[in-house]
Design a protein around this ligand. Structure first.
Ligand code: AHR
Length: 685
């Protein structure tokens, strides 16, 4: 096991040192220095960068029940009955990437997350599989079923089955029965106190596997999540089930698609790219648990699923085509990370012939994303429901390969780089650790920081050299303050950091916050829904909310312009914060800024972040324009203190407000409220 990485993962749980440092900082109180008047100088006639089309992006993976139990519309938990399968770690030297390793199961076990109804006996049965991928089924012995006492199975979903009024839910499942069973089956959604909210009868179950579909329609009712899905029969018999699925209406009505409210929150922030399929999730704990995309395409009932590195089973219904569908529906460009021969437990394949199958997998994966009908994998994507090739400009080789202390990354990177550039010379290749033998187009840097540390590094890139041909991709960053989702302190750290990224968009070509999503139904203990605290968007089965950090990112993303203007400051105020584990204090800046412009309208956007607990006046001087209109717009995200936050109960407690900004000009002074993020839009001539 990679000790450093496993420590990082342990630190991600609530109640850890990282959270402690931040909580201390949030309550410590901050001494204001008596600094002279603060001013920001903006040179409107000096464009330092074109705003990259890749600002801002998204990143997450199967963590915190982000896809299953999150974005992916499926409401049934453990729909393939494979969650009980044994982990089967296989050493790289024993592993053949072309071979399929079937899952194995405990004997005489009942499947996790399924309950018996009316005394039915449930058992995992490997003797009646649906196919090689789903090599187990649920055998349901309902010998005592009767009209008065139907028997069957119930599933509580991902901490509840949500229902909305007057809504159609699509049920589907595969079933077969032992001779003598006359059916029918009844599919229903029922409240936990037994009220039937919607139901449908399904007949025709025979001795052969068949797929059945039905629609469950609710009437006028109160939205709720304390419900279960049931599949029962009033006729005695033995039935086998597989791939039992229940879908609500999905975003943009995509079949096998995404949850509407979460997709809407994402679309509202207008992200430009998606780094996928993730970080650790690309690698997996073992070679046979990597993101094996070839097993995540085609009909969902042909996908075997796998044990994800965050400790729970993934059916992979949200697989490679679904990542692309997500991009299409939200208007993002895919940024594809490929498995690079290194797994989280520290094993790697050395470059050379042993790595070649993985290089070929990556080339084929690129073809799946970008190929047309004349290519093998492009044709497969079309068959999977995506007729048009996807625009792809960036491919990332691995994830966080700086954890690989063997020194193998340089050679592995070179082999991928050469093969990809030879076939796809237009693609930009992203490294995840320093390399010497090739020049990566970008290098992926990750920052998970406390508020003080994020604000303390908010001028980091201003002093980076400009001559390095390898540009920067900040592929994961977050101010980790607040659990399960960041509070205002997190938003302040994030906004200070985003100002830095915008000011330095000549060398930072793209960046994305991580992780994006967290199911907050059970944030601690056994079978918890959260593996990593401080995630941008929280939800349970029924509702969702954006954290203050989400709104900070949204107002930055929606007001970014296409040109970065030269900006500098004088007398930035300081605040005193704890120095860290060693004790003592240190001083960091408490005011942050960036300036951009929309070249078509000439409108200048100035972002000012005040992380102090008091209001701070700042004079903004703008040169290189004839005039600035006296009235403009101010969008302000603020909170009474940095601990304030949003939650399922108070989803809109900290949200931005937009109003008129007055007394503007080429030089104006404005007071910025305590703990605030301000986006000023100025009409320039
Ligand atoms: O975003 C959570 C994890 O943080 C990612 O999986 C990994 O790349 C990083 O260590």
């Amino acid at each position: 096991m990679n000790l450093i990485k496993s420590l990082t993962q342990r630190l991600s749980l609530p109640g850890t040192a990282l959270v402690f440092v931040s909580t201390f900082a949030a309550t410590a109180g901050f001494a204001q220095s008596n600094a002279p008047a603060t001013s920001i100088q903006i040179q409107a006639d000096k464009v330092t960068a074109r705003m990259p089309p890749t600002f801002y992006g998204l990143m997450t993976e199967e963590i915190n029940f982000s896809y299953e139990g999150g974005l992916y519309g499926e409401l049934i938990r453990n729909r393939t009955f494979k969650s009980d399968s044994f982990p089967q770690p296989i050493k790289p030297e024993d592993y053949d990437p072309a071979k399929f390793y079937p899952a194995k199961y405990p004997a005489n076990a009942a499947p996790k997350f399924w309950d018996s109804v009316g005394g039915a006996a449930l058992v995992l049965d490997t003797n009646a599989p649906l196919n090689d991928a789903l090599n187990v089924s649920l055998r349901l012995d309902a010998a005592a079923a009767s009209k008065a006492s139907p028997a069957g199975v119930a599933n509580g979903g991902y901490w509840g089955i949500p229902v909305q009024p007057r809504t159609a839910y699509k049920v589907s499942f595969f079933a077969k029965a032992a001779p003598g069973f006359t059916g029918p089956l009844t599919a229903s959604i029922e409240s936990t106190n037994g009220k039937v909210l919607a139901s449908a009868e399904i007949s025709g179950v025979t001795g052969e596997w068949q797929k059945f579909e039905a629609t469950l329609k609710t009437k006028g009712l109160k939205p709720s999540k304390d419900n279960v899905f049931k599949l029962t029969t009033a006729a005695p018999g033995t039935i086998w089930l597989q791939e039992v699925s229940l879908f609500p209406p999905t975003f943009k009505n995509r079949p096998n698609g995404d949850r509407q409210d979460l997709s809407q929150l994402l679309e509202d922030a207008q992200p430009k790219f998606l780094r996928f399929p993730g970080g650790n999730y690309v690698e997996g704990n073992n070679f046979n648990e990597r993101f094996n995309w070839k097993q995540m395409i085609g009909p969902v009932e042909q996908r075997p699923g796998h044990r994800s590195c965050w400790g729970y089973w993934s059916t992979d219904g949200f697989g490679l085509p679904e990542f692309l569908g997500w991009c299409q529906d939200v208007g993002m460009e895919p940024v594809l990370a490929v498995f690079a021969g290194y797994t989280l437990n520290g094993n790697h394949v050395t470059n050379g012939p042993a790595l070649e199958p993985y290089v070929q997998e990556a080339l084929e994966e690129i073809e799946y994303v970008t190929g047309d009908a004349s290519t093998k994998w492009g044709a497969q994507r079309i068959k999977d429901g995506y007729p048009n090739p996807f625009p792809l400009h960036y491919v990332e080789i691995g994830n966080e390969d700086f954890f690989d202390r063997s020194g193998s990354y340089d050679g592995r990177f070179a082999q991928f780089y050469d093969a990809i550039k030879a076939k796809y010379p237009q693609l930009k290749i992203i490294s995840t650790a320093g390399v010497r033998s090739r020049t990566a187009d970008l290098n992926d840097e990750h920052y998970y920081e406390s508020e003080e540390s994020m604000e303390g590094q908010a001028f980091k890139y201003d002093t980076r050299g400009r001559s390095n041909p390898t540009k920067i991709f900040v592929g994961e960053w977050a101010t980790r303050v607040g659990s399960p989702t960041p509070n205002m302190a997190g938003a302040l750290g994030d906004a200070a950091w985003m100002c830095c990224l915008e000011r330095n968009a000549d060398i930072v070509l793209m960046h994305c916050y991580a992780p994006l999503l967290v199911n907050v139904s059970k944030i601690g203990g056994k079978d918890r829904s959260m593996q990593w605290s401080s995630d941008l968007i929280g939800y349970d089965a029924l509702t969702s909310y954006g954290s203050p950090s989400y709104y900070a990112q949204k107002i930055f993303s929606l007001h970014k312009g296409d040109e970065v203007l030269a900006a500098s400051a004088e007398n930035l105020p300081l605040r005193t914060v704890p120095a860290g584990r060693g004790g003592g204090t240190r001083q960091i800046k408490s005011l942050f800024y960036s300036a951009t412009r929309d070249s078509a309208s000439g409108r200048i956007t100035v972002k000012v972040v005040n992380s102090a607990d008091t209001a701070q006046p700042v004079t903004i001087d703008i040169s290189g324009v004839k005039s600035i209109a006296a009235k403009g717009t101010a969008t302000v995200l603020k909170a009474a203190n940095r601990s304030e936050t949003n939650s399922l109960k108070e989803p809109q407690h900290v949200v931005p407000e937009t109003g008129t900004a007055k007394n503007l000009g080429t030089s104006f002074t404005r007071s910025y409220p305590p703990c605030s993020i301000t986006v000023l839009e100025l009409d320039a001539k």
